[in-house]
Write a protein that binds this ligand. Structure first.
Ligand SMILES: Cc1cc2nc3c(=O)[nH]c(=O)nc-3n(C[C@H](O)[C@H](O)[C@H](O)COP(=O)(O)OP(=O)(O)OC[C@H]3O[C@@H](n4cnc5c(N)ncnc54)[C@H](O)[C@@H]3O)c2cc1C
Length: 309
């Protein structure tokens, strides 16, 4: 019987692991298919406090894991396939094996929706990105024409943020009006550096042969006309999918599948806590995920203390 099981080893899960391990709770920390989480997919993290020169994402996550293990966290390669949160102890199935736990911290993260067009995967990290706050300031994007794909609040935010660095930001949207809130849409369209490209979809990211982004192939969905737009970066902002399928029907979620928090990191089930991008569609940063992981660990520790476990 575990006192604490943590699902996920991204910034949220590993921070929760550090805190619960230092509280002598010997957490079992399950990596899932992506040990170290999303940050391992990026080369340089420039906005995580404490690293004036930036730090490689993989290196940062390896250090976090070591820090948690130093205090007794049991980090194990394994994916949670099923959960029963109807009563405590909670029952999990991890790669076919049963695990029981008094408390559960869910830090399973969220994935980005992809365009699914040729060149997108090949050129990821070579100009294709899913986070302007994370990557916008990189030298490769400075004073260059950039493309943002999407029409919601996130796309508008990304486009506006990128105007600090780009020569021009092209906002590609499949419709002829933005889906974003009116205030956000008005502000975006009033920005002289943002040029909307309406009724258009990206059909290919160029140029896989050159191993870097040089442009996008666009198709007008009304006329069928195709053209190539030159750019140095493609920021895809068409939404996220939280990794929360597993908890459907057992925990409260919003319409998009993000687990809803009550007080602090508590979910609707006493003893189940949540942290990071699986419950945060607003900030989605390493540092905010880590902060939420810390909060969930403290909440779990206090919950165990108050229930005398
Ligand atoms: C390319 C890229 C660059 C980025 N750059 C930056 C940056 O520079 N600065 C910044 O602040 N943020 C950056 N971000 C955002 C940052 O990575 C995320 O906000 C952060 O990783 C969220 O942490 P998390 O712990 O909530 O989730 P994640 O990092 O997504 O981790 C989720 C974890 O849960 C595990 N998991 C999922 N399902 C299961 C399951 N069923 N069983 C067991 N485990 C499971 C996964 O394997 C993974 O370990 C970037 C994101 C991307 C994609």
């Amino acid at each position: 019987m575990e006192k604490v099981v943590i699902i996920g080893t991204g910034c949220a899960g590993l921070t929760a692991a550090i805190y619960t391990a230092r509280a002598n709770l010997e957490p079992l920390v399950l990596t899932g298919a992506m040990p170290g989480g999303l940050l391992t997919t990026t080369s340089i993290v420039e906005n995580y406090p404490g690293f004036p020169q930036g730090i490689d994402g993989y290196e940062l996550m390896t250090a976090m894991q070591k820090q948690a293990e130093r205090f007794g966290a049991k980090v194990k390669f394994g994916t949670v396939e099923a959960v029963d949160l109807s009563r405590r102890p909670f029952k999990l199935t991890v790669d076919g094996d049963p695990v029981e736990t008094q408390t559960l911290i869910i830090a399973s993260g969220a994935g980005h929706k992809h365009l699914g067009v040729p060149g997108e995967d090949t050129l990821e990290k070579k100009g294709v990105t899913y986070c302007a706050t994370c990557d916008g300031a990189l030298p490769m994007f400075r004073n260059q024409p950039l493309v943002v794909v999407g029409g919601g609040d996130s796309a508008c935010e990304e486009a506006t943020y990128l105007t600090r660095f780009a020569s021009t930001v092209y906002l590609i949207h499949r419709r002829d009006t933005l889906r974003a809130s009116k205030i956000m849409a008005d502000r975006t369209l009033a920005n002289p550096k943002i040029k909307p490209v309406w009724d258009s979809v990206v059909t290919e990211v160029l140029d896989a042969k050159q191993d870097k982004v040089t442009g996008v192939r666009l198709k007008n969905v009304k006329t069928g006309a195709e053209n190539v737009l030159e750019c140095a970066g493609v920021f895809v902002a068409i939404g996220h999918v939280p990794n929360t399928q597993l908890f459907k029907g057992q925990l409260d979620m919003d319409d998009n599948g993000y687990i809803t928090r009550r007080e602090g990191s508590q979910t609707g089930v006493a003893g189940v806590f949540v942290a990071g991008d699986c419950s945060d569609h607003v900030y989605r940063q390493a540092i905010t995920a880590a902060g939420m992981g810390c909060a969930a660990a403290i909440d779990a520790e206090r919950f165990l203390a108050s229930s005398n476990q």
